[in-house]
Design a binder for this molecule. Structure first.
Ligand SMILES: *Cc1c(COP(=O)(O)O)cnc(C)c1O
Length: 458
C-alpha cells in the first residue's frame, strides 16, 4: 500500500454527483415533524409555507439513498471543492502516538466553514422556485457569510439576523456579509414583533440562535416572495453536507484506510452528519464497527444532558415541532466562544442515531478546547475555528489513549472551519482570561420547563 500523502484532493471527475441520504438505510426513522398548532404531523404543504419546496421534499425523503446534485450546484461546488483530506503527520509526531490521524478541512473558502456546502444548494432551489429574497439567522456568522456568498452568486436578496453578542464580538464578520450584499440585523431587534417581545422580557440580552430564528421566520412570512432558510439541524442540510463524508471516504478507500473513530463537533449536527453519512450504512448493518463521536460544548450539552423530546427549534416557539435531543427552547446558553455550537437542540436524524446507540457523545470545556486548538495550530499550521476545535480536542485524546495502549488506531475528524474571526477568543485564552461554564441543575431545569406537555414516544 502506498504511503498516503499529507494532503489529498480528489480530481474533478471524482467529485460526488449525488448526496448521500442516510435515512434511506436507517432501520427506523425519527418521528415526523408536528404542526405546532394542531400537534398533527406537519404535511409537505405546511412545511413548504416556511421552507423551499424542493428542500422540503429532500427533508421528507426516506427512500432514495442517493439524491442527484444538480449540475449548477456541482459547478458552484467546483469554486471551492474538493476540500483536502489531510494526514496529520505533524500532530501525530507531536503527540508521539501510534495512531493515524486524518482530517477533512472544510475551511478553505472565504466563509471559512462547511456551511457553504448547504448554502450553495439552498439558494439554488430558492431561485429555481422563483423567490426573490431569503431570510436567515446566524450565530457566529459563518452561516450568514456562506449564505451571503451563495445569494449574491444566484442573485437573491438576503437579510441575516445575527445574534447580537456575536455581531458585537465580530464586527468584521458583519462587514464580510455586507460586502457580499447582505442586510445584517443584530438580533433581538426592534424590526420584528417577536424581537420586540424578547427585548421586553430579557432587556439587554445578547440574543441567541433561537431568538434570531424567530425573527428571521417572522420577516420571511411578512415579505412577499420570501422564504426562510436554515444552516443546520434539518435533515436536508445534513444531506448537503454529505459531500464531506463522501469525498473523505473516496480518498480513504483509495488508500485502503478504514477509520476506527470518526469525530465531529456538533452544534445543530450538520457537519458531523455529513461526515458520517457514507459510513453509517456499514455501522447499521454491523459490517463495520466504527465509533461515531459527537463533541459538544459542556456549556450547551444537548446530547449528553438534554432530553429526547418534541421541541421547537426557536425561542419564539414558531417552528414545527421536532423530536430531538434538546435542552428546551427556553434554555439560554452562556456566552461561550464557540457561537456555532450554542443551540438548544440537535439534528433529528443525529438524535435518532444517538438514541438508537449508533453514535456516542462527549461534552468538553472551552479552555481545554482552546488548548487543543493552539496545539493543533502550532504543528498543523491551520488556525482552527473554536467549534472545530471541539473535534480536535477529542481526536487528540483518542490519539493519546492509543499511545498508552499501543493501539494502532485510525482517527478521522472533520475540521469544519477556520478561526480568523475568533481572535478575540484566542486572545482571551492566551491571556488566561477564559473561564468554563457548565449549566447548573437550575439552568437545565429552566430549559426543561419550557418543553411542551405532550405525549412522547419511547
Ligand atoms: C456552524 C458551525 C458548526 C456547527 O454546526 P453543525 O451544524 O453542528 O455542523 C461547526 N463548525 C463550524 C466552523 C461552524 O461554522
Amino acid at each position: 500500500m502506498k504511503k498516503i500523502p499529507t494532503k489529498t484532493y480528489l480530481r474533478e471527475e471524482e467529485l460526488p454527483k449525488c448526496w448521500y441520504n442516510m435515512k434511506a438505510v436507517m432501520k427506523e426513522q425519527h418521528e415526523p415533524f408536528l404542526n405546532p398548532k394542531t400537534l398533527e404531523p406537519a404535511t409537505e404543504e405546511e412545511l413548504s409555507k416556511v421552507f423551499c419546496s424542493e428542500l422540503v421534499k429532500q427533508e421528507l425523503n426516506e427512500t432514495d439513498e442517493y439524491i442527484p446534485i444538480p449540475e449548477e450546484i456541482q459547478d458552484f461546488y467546483k469554486m471551492f471543492r474538493p476540500s483536502p483530506l489531510i494526514r496529520a503527520y505533524c500532530l501525530e509526531k507531536e503527540l508521539d502516538t501510534p495512531a493515524e490521524i486524518y482530517y477533512k478541512f472544510e475551511g478553505n473558502n472565504t466563509s471559512g466553514s462547511h456551511k457553504l456546502n448547504s448554502a450553495a444548494a439552498q439558494v439554488y432551489y430558492a431561485k429555481k422556485e422563483g423567490l426573490t429574497s431569503l431570510t436567515t439567522e446566524t450565530g457566529a456568522g459563518q452561516w450568514g457569510t456562506a449564505l451571503a456568498m451563495a445569494s449574491v452568486y444566484y442573485g437573491i436578496d438576503l437579510t441575516v439576523f445575527m445574534v447580537k453578542c456575536s455581531a458585537e464580538q465580530k464586527p468584521h464578520r458583519k462587514a464580510v456579509m455586507q460586502t457580499y450584499g447582505a442586510n445584517v440585523v443584530p438580533s433581538p431587534s426592534e424590526t420584528t414583533e417577536v424581537g420586540r417581545k424578547i427585548l421586553e422580557e430579557f432587556p439587554g440580552t445578547g440574543g441567541s440562535l433561537g431568538c434570531a430564528i424567530s425573527e428571521a421566520i417572522e420577516k420571511s412570512q411578512k415579505t412577499p416572495n420570501c422564504k426562510y432558510v436554515l444552516g443546520s439541524v434539518l435533515d436536508h442540510v445534513s444531506l448537503h453536507q454529505s459531500v464531506i463524508g463522501l469525498e473523505a471516504k473516496t480518498v480513504l478507500d483509495k488508500y485502503g484506510v478504514t477509520p476506527d473513530v470518526i469525530i465531529g463537533c456538533a452544534g445543530g449536527g450538520s457537519n458531523l452528519a455529513g461526515l458520517i453519512a457514507p459510513f453509517v450504512k456499514d455501522k447499521i448493518n454491523g459490517t463495520k464497527n466504527y465509533r461515531l463521536v459527537a463533541v459538544e460544548p459542556a456549556s450547551c450539552p444537548s446530547l449528553t444532558k438534554g432530553q429526547y423530546k418534541y421541541d421547537y427549534g426557536d425561542t419564539g416557539r414558531t417552528t414545527p415541532l421536532m423530536r430531538m435531543y434538546s435542552l428546551g427552547s427556553g434554555f439560554m446558553p452562556a456566552a461561550t466562544h464557540a457561537g456555532g455550537l450554542r443551540f438548544h437542540g440537535m439534528s433529528p436524524v443525529l438524535s435518532k442515531l444517538y438514541h438508537d446507540g449508533y453514535i456516542e457523545a462527549i461534552a468538553v470545556q472551552q479552555t481545554e478546547v482552546f488548548d487543543a486548538a493552539v496545539r493543533f495550530a502550532r504543528c498543523e499550521g491551520i488556525l482552527p475555528a473554536p467549534e472545530s476545535s471541539h473535534a480536535i480536542k477529542v481526536a487528540i485524546d483518542e490519539a493519546l489513549k492509543a499511545k498508552e495502549s499501543g493501539e494502532k488506531k485510525v482517527i478521522l475528524f472533520n475540521l469544519s472551519g477556520t478561526g480568523y474571526f475568533d481572535m478575540m477568543s484566542y486572545t482571551k485564552f492566551l491571556e488566561n482570561k477564559m473561564v468554563d461554564y457548565v449549566p447548573t441543575e437550575e439552568d437545565l431545569q429552566k430549559g426543561f420547563n419550557s418543553f411542551l406537555d405532550i405525549p412522547q414516544n419511547k
